[in-house]
Design a protein around this ligand. Structure first.
Ligand SMILES: O=C(O)CCC(=O)C(=O)O
Ligand SMILES: [Fe+2]
Length: 357
């Protein structure tokens, strides 16, 4: 997802161009307070799709009728072992070293086009093997390619705590007669690693950070530093809850595909990331996407169960295209509307009537 800014300036927006001398590595309490007193997400919250991965391992769900408990903010069923903390530390350190490089070194790899609210490095070509990442990942600091590759390999499911969530759900569905033809083919063979730096931004600058969105894939494993800025909403953006950073913990977001796979039982996380006026903020997201062309049916629902009961199969590629198209249409409509409004104001000023249309 691309970050946005409402700033009129088109200058490349790089952290080394701000007044910040060095990247802060530690928590920024004042900055967090400036974001309006974030609330801690609670495991007793309503059904949602964002939870903290935990070292605790749950067994497969026992009930033949209920949905597995991954839908709340609690722990995941069937989790594998934790990711190696040394790997996480290396990835974070190297990312910070990269973002501290001079702009010329970074701009070659920037995925945000220099005009957005943050700086993104992404293995966006979604290579099925890891050579894609290794070829496109920054060559400085020297060790980062190898470590980035290791992170992407780790995300293959076995080593990440929640990477096997879709597989758990799939196993559960087959055991309990909920699977439909095609579920097994969902694959899990696309991994995209995105490292993003949201620079420290003076309060006067109207930069938003990463705009509100849902992730398109199955799940996203997100590592955020202790600055904080990730926010979630469950009322369509009226109110936002800041996801309190926890050292070494991943935030796991369910994406659109996971939402469909669970037949709407597990909601896709509606989220954004805001900038901070005190600190730059680093996040590393690993998107777990299904195979693009695999035909996937949503899990079956039983008579009398609440919620949607979708039956149509989808492919990730098709859904993704539709989502992008809807976004494009919405942006066009907004631009048209702004254009009409500007024309109306202009006509009003000039004393002309009937500018609507
Ligand atoms: O930086 C973050 O915390 C969120 C990143 C994110 O949501 C994304 O890249 O899709
Ligand atoms: Fe996201």
């Amino acid at each position: 997802m691309a970050p946005v800014t409402s700033s009129a300036s088109a200058e490349p927006f790089l952290p080394t161009m701000s007044s910040e001398a060095t990247l802060r590595l530690r928590s920024c309490a004042r900055g967090r307070a400036a974001q309006g007193g974030p609330r801690r997400l609670s495991a007793t919250g309503a059904r949602g799709s964002r939870w903290r991965a935990s070292t605790a391992r749950g067994g497969p769900p026992r009930s033949a009728r209920a949905w597995p408990p991954a839908c709340g903010l609690g722990h995941l069923p069937g989790c594998g072992p934790w990711v190696d903390p040394a790997l996480v530390a290396d990835m974070t350190r190297l990312a910070r070293e990269f973002f501290a490089l001079p702009p010329a070194d970074k701009l070659r790899f920037d995925m945000s086009g220099g005009k957005k609210g943050g700086f993104i490095v992404s293995s966006h070509l979604q290579a099925r093997d890891y050579s894609g990442l290794l070829a496109r990942w920054p060559d400085k600091p020297a060790a980062w390619r190898a470590v980035g590759g290791a992170v992407q390999r780790a995300a293959d499911g076995a080593a990440w705590p929640a990477g096997c969530w879709a597989c758990s759900l799939e196993r559960w569905a087959w055991t309990h007669g909920r699977a439909r033809r095609g579920l097994r083919g969902h694959g899990h063979n696309q991994k995209v690693v995105v490292t993003e730096l949201l620079p420290q931004v003076p309060p006067a600058r109207l930069t938003l950070g990463l705009k509100r969105h849902t992730d398109p894939g199955t799940i996203t494993l997100l590592l955020q530093d202790l600055v904080g800025g990730l926010q979630a909403t469950r009322d369509g953006g009226d109110t936002w809850i800041t996801v309190q950073p926890v050292e070494g913990a991943f935030v796991v977001n369910l994406g659109d595909h996971g939402h469909y796979l669970s037949n709407g039982r597990f909601k896709n996380a509606d989220h954004q990331a805001v900038v901070n006026s005190e600190c730059s903020r680093l996040s590393i997201a690993t998107f777990q996407n299904p195979a693009p062309d695999a035909t996937v049916y949503p899990l079956a629902v039983r008579d009398g169960e609440d919620g949607p009961s979708w039956t149509e199969p989808i492919t990730f590629a098709g859904e993704y295209r539709r989502k992008m198209w809807r976004g494009h249409r919405a942006r066009q409509a907004q631009e048209d509307c702004q254009g009409r409004q500007a024309a109306a104001e202009c006509c009003q000023q000039a004393g002309v009537r009937g500018a609507q249309g």
